[in-house]
Design a protein around this ligand. Structure first.
Ligand SMILES: Nc1ncnc2c1ncn2[C@@H]1O[C@H](COP(=O)(O)OP(=O)(O)O)[C@@H](O)[C@H]1O
Ligand SMILES: [Mg+2]
Length: 398
C-alpha cells in the first residue's frame, strides 16, 4: 500500500498515531491535575515498565494534558552521571514561561531563584565564567536554593515555584524520563522535596517514568517513598487495545485489517507497543491492498524483525562488551529453560552456573549491564532484561 500514507511510528519516543489502552492513566491524571491545582494532597505519579512499552509517549501525553489545563510544565531526561541541577533548571525555566504569570517582579524573582539553583552546579568557588546559566535574563537571587545541599535547595526552589503557580490558580508539572538514571543524592533530594510538597499542599508535582526497578531505587533511597508515589505499571497492550492501535490509524487512511491479520499481528507482537508500530509499518508497506491479511503479515514479518533487530535490539546489544554478551546469552538460555510461571527474571546464581563460573567473578559484568540499562534487578538475586523479547532475539541470533 502507499508508503507515503503509512501512519505507523516505530521509534523511541515517537508519538503513535493512536495512543491505545492508556485511557485509565489519562483519566486518573485529569483528577490529579484538578486536585493538585486546588491544593489537595496528591501523590506524585511514576510510570514504570520495560523498554518500548510506551512510557515516554505516555509521559508526553500527560504533559500535554497539563498544558491544556494551563499548567506550567517542563521535562527532562535523566542521564547516568549527570547532575540534576542543569536539566532541572532548563525544565523549570520552560515551566515558568508556560505558566504565563502576569506580574513581572514575581516571575523575575522565581527565575532568579532557578538561576541561582543552576549556578550552584559548578560549586560555590566557581568563577563567573564557569557558571552555567539556563538562558535566564533575570538576576540570580543569592541566598535562595543555592546552599549546595541539593535537598534544601530543591525544597526552596519548589516552594517558590509553587507560590507562583498558586497565584494564578494553576500548577507546575515536572516530567522526568529515565528517572532510574538520576544519581543517589538527586533521587533522595527529590523524594524529600516531594514529601515536603505533599505536606504543604503547593501545586507542584513530579511525574516520573523509568524501568521496572525504579520503585526499588526510590524506596532504597527513602523508605517513605512508597507512600509518596503512585506507581503505574505500563505494560503490553491487551488484544483489544492492540487491535485499536493498528485499526484506528488504518481507518483514517481508509484501510482495514482482516480478522485473521489482527490475530497474527498480536501473535507476533505480543501486544508490545514498539513491536506493534514496527509490524504495522512493515505490513502496510508490503501488503498489496486493503484489507491486510494474515498472509501479508507472514510476508512482512522478516522485514519487521530485521527492523527491530537493528533499531530496537541491536542498538542495545552493541553497547555490551564480549564478556557482557556472554552473560546476556547465558541469561537468555536460563530464561528459556525455566518455567513460564517463574516470569522473565532469572537467578544470577543460575546464570553463573550456566557459564560454569563463580557468581562473584561475574559481578563486574552484571553491574556494568545494570549501569548500561540492559538488565535490571527488581528483586535481590534475580535479574531480567529491560527489553521485551530480548532473550528470544539473542537465541535466534546465536
Ligand atoms: N499506547 C500506545 N499505543 C500504540 N503505540 C504506542 C503506545 N505507546 C507507545 N507506542 C509506540 O511504541 C514505541 C515505543 O514508545 P516509547 O514511549 O518510546 O516507549 P518507552 O519509553 O517505554 O521505551 C513508539 O514507537 C510509540 O509510537
Ligand atoms: Mg522511553
Amino acid at each position: 500500500m502507499d508508503p507515503i500514507r503509512n501512519p505507523y511510528a516505530p521509534g523511541a519516543g515517537q508519538r503513535p498515531p493512536e495512543l491505545a489502552g492508556r485511557d485509565e492513566q489519562l483519566a486518573a491524571f485529569e483528577v490529579v491535575l484538578e486536585r493538585v491545582a486546588k491544593g489537595r494532597p496528591e501523590r506524585s505519579l511514576v510510570l514504570t515498565g520495560l523498554r518500548g512499552v510506551g512510557k515516554t509517549v505516555l509521559l508526553n501525553a500527560l504533559r500535554g494534558a497539563a498544558v491544556r489545563k494551563g499548567w506550567g510544565t517542563g521535562k527532562l531526561e535523566a542521564r547516568p552521571g549527570q547532575g540534576l541541577r542543569r536539566p532541572l533548571s532548563s525544565a523549570l525555566h520552560q515551566a515558568v514561561r508556560e505558566l504565563g504569570h502576569r506580574d513581572e517582579d514575581s516571575v523575575d524573582h522565581v527565575l532568579g531563584v532557578i538561576k541561582s539553583f543552576a549556578h550552584r552546579d559548578a560549586g560555590a568557588a566557581a568563577k563567573l565564567k564557569d557558571q552555567w546559566s539556563p538562558g535566564i535574563d533575570a538576576p540570580a537571587v543569592r541566598g535562595r536554593a543555592d546552599s549546595g545541599d541539593i535537598e534544601i535547595d530543591l525544597v526552596e526552589l519548589f516552594t517558590d515555584l509553587g507560590g507562583l503557580a498558586a497565584d494564578v490558580g494553576k500548577g507546575i508539572g515536572i516530567f522526568i524520563d529515565e528517572m532510574q538514571d538520576l544519581g543517589p543524592d538527586d533521587i533522595s533530594a527529590l523524594c524529600a522535596a516531594c514529601h515536603e510538597l505533599s505536606q504543604s499542599g503547593l501545586p507542584v508535582i513530579v511525574v516520573g517514568a523509568g524501568l521496572p526497578h525504579l520503585p526499588a531505587v526510590l524506596s532504597a533511597s527513602k523508605s517513605y517513598s512508597e507512600r509518596l508515589f503512585r506507581y503505574q505499571r505500563i505494560d503490553r497492550l491487551s488484544r483489544e487495545a492492540a487491535d485499536r492501535a493498528l485499526e484506528a490509524p488504518a481507518a483514517d487512511e481508509d484501510a482495514a485489517y482482516a480478522a485473521d491479520a489482527l490475530a497474527a499481528m498480536y501473535d507476533a507482537t505480543g501486544g508490545y507497543p514498539y513491536f506493534i508500530q514496527a509490524y504495522g509499518k512493515a505490513v502496510w508497506d508490503l501488503a498489496p491492498r486493503s484489507p491486510i491479511t494474515a498472509a501479508d503479515v507472514a510476508v512482512a514479518a522478516p522485514e519487521a524483525e530485521s527492523e527491530l533487530a537493528v533499531g530496537f535490539f541491536g542498538s542495545r546489544y552493541e553497547r555490551a562488551t564480549p564478556g557482557e554478551r556472554d552473560y546476556l546469552m547465558a541469561m537468555a538460555e536460563v530464561a528459556a529453560a525455566q518455567d513460564e510461571a517463574e516470569g522473565d527474571a532469572v537467578l544470577s546464581a543460575d546464570v553463573a552456573a550456566n557459564l560454569g563460573k563463580k557468581p562473584q567473578s561475574l559481578s563486574p559484568a552484571r553491574d556494568s549491564l545494570l549501569k548500561k540499562g540492559l538488565v535490571y534487578s527488581g528483586e535481590r538475586g534475580r535479574i531480567a532484561f529491560t527489553v521485551p523479547h530480548f532473550g528470544r532475539y539473542l537465541r535466534e541470533r546465536g
